[in-house]
Design a protein around this ligand. Sequence first.
Ligand code: CA
Length: 228
Amino acid sequence: MAAQILVVEDEPHIQELISVNLTRAGHAVRCAPDAEQAREMMQRSLPDLLLLDWMLPGMTGVEFTRLLRSETRTRDIPIIMLSARIEERDKISGLEVGADDYITKPFSPRELIARIAVILRRRVPQVTAEVVRVAGLVLDPAAKTVIAKGQPLSLGSTEFRLLHFLVTHTDRVYSRSQLLDHVWGPEFVGDDRTVDVHISRLRNALLPAGLDHVIRTVRGSGYSLSAA
Ligand code: CA
């Protein structure tokens, strides 16, 4: 399970410790020393998960979490808050503003990695290798195979990633720019047409199994995959 993780931590040795261990666990890690720089990095590319220190110079981790939760683009990013503060009320206020989990320093790298895995499985299922069964489809991320009503599909890598994202986020409407963000990454230079082209290829691939209808076009909004 490899995820893009952004570590926001102002203490260099802790940043280094986290970075080394997460990289060893297979994750792609970027680091920022404060919320302002983290925000800049997130303009370019959204991470799968944010590890956020509570006590930061400038905006605190709690304030930053509140800000991220208030904006559409960043509202759903999983956040694990790190803190040396051990008081229960601090933990509660971290979770109240929308953090997914809270880890108290000092922590063991093994515990951190395990807690990240739990959050990723729950919140970012498209980066895990778990087999997904939905709407007559069986998608195996590790084997890179898709079976549609018993028939194996041949998909390009972009169609595969697009389908993986949709089957792990069923019954929600995603705009073309959200799909570009999640499936292609914001560094990709393309436009809405790109998404339409790949959705069309995906539907064509699903057509022989009679499953092309599972991907709905929501006029004026985007696309959605129906689980039922
Ligand atoms: Ca700190």
